[in-house]
Design a protein around this ligand. Structure first.
Ligand code: DX5
Ligand code: ZN
Length: 214
């Protein structure tokens, strides 16, 4: 069954705690938290102190997506704040393997993300060390963008690449009632959705629609 991870980037930040409780009750499987450093991507979002303060609002796994040029300096802080999955980008300016080990050393699951223009062959050296691949189906940086159709081939190719390894495939960006079933058919295990869920009058209905996609 596909897991649904609402991205709180599209939540109402003036009532973040209430929105998180609401989406948790609505049947979300994980909470996706987008961390942007204003350098790896143009946007700035949230850091460990916000994650720490929302940790008590939901028992769901926190899926923390680090869109950061230098994630290595912050792994301990995000782990302490309450992250369960910590995903870094393969395009980050860091020693990828060392940073993945730092995540594992904290006792957390490690993810590796690829931007739309990045060749998935760059994942190969790190497959033995990761629990999740996060395929970006939009350019990282902002919610509410349109799904890039070529992402479907990428999902299928990553699925083939990981073979029988226990690595989850997550897809992030432009997920809605049309793209969700296509991603599921291509092999996605987790769907990250921001605007489709938080801009819907019923979070429950939106999550149900994404889950029942195929
Ligand atoms: C984009 C973020 C996404 C974003 C998805 O950089 O990584 O998680 O919130 O938003 P939607 O679902 O609106 O495309
Ligand atoms: Zn994300």
């Amino acid at each position: 069954m596909t897991l649904i991870a609402p991205s709180i980037l599209s939540a109402d930040f003036s009532r973040l705690g209430a929105d998180i409780k609401k989406v948790t009750r609505a049947g979300a499987d994980w909470l996706h938290i987008d961390v942007m450093d204003g350098h790896f991507v143009p946007n700035l979002t949230i850091g460990p102190c916000v994650i720490q303060s929302i940790r008590a609002q939901s028992a769901l796994p926190f899926d923390v997506h680090l869109m950061m040029t230098h994630p290595q300096n912050y792994i301990h802080d995000f782990a302490q704040a309450g992250a369960d999955y910590i995903t870094i980008h393969v395009e980050a300016q860091t020693e990828i393997e060392k940073t993945l080990f730092a995540i594992k050393k904290e006792g957390k699951k490690a993810g590796l993300s690829v931007k739309p223009d990045t060749n998935i062959s760059r994942l190969i050296p790190f497959l033995p060390f990761i629990d999740l691949v996060l395929i970006m189906s939009v350019e990282p940086g902002f919610g509410g963008q349109s799904f890039i159709p070529q992402s479907l081939n990428k999902i299928a190719a990553v699925k083939e690449l990981i073979g029988r390894k226990k690595i989850l495939i997550s897809v992030d960006g432009g997920i809605n009632q049309i793209t969700a079933p296509a991603c599921q058919l291509a092999g996605a295990d987790v769907l990250v959705a921001g605007s489709f869920i938080f801009k819907n009058s019923s979070y429950q209905k939106a999550i149900q629609t994404l889950k029942e996609g195929k």
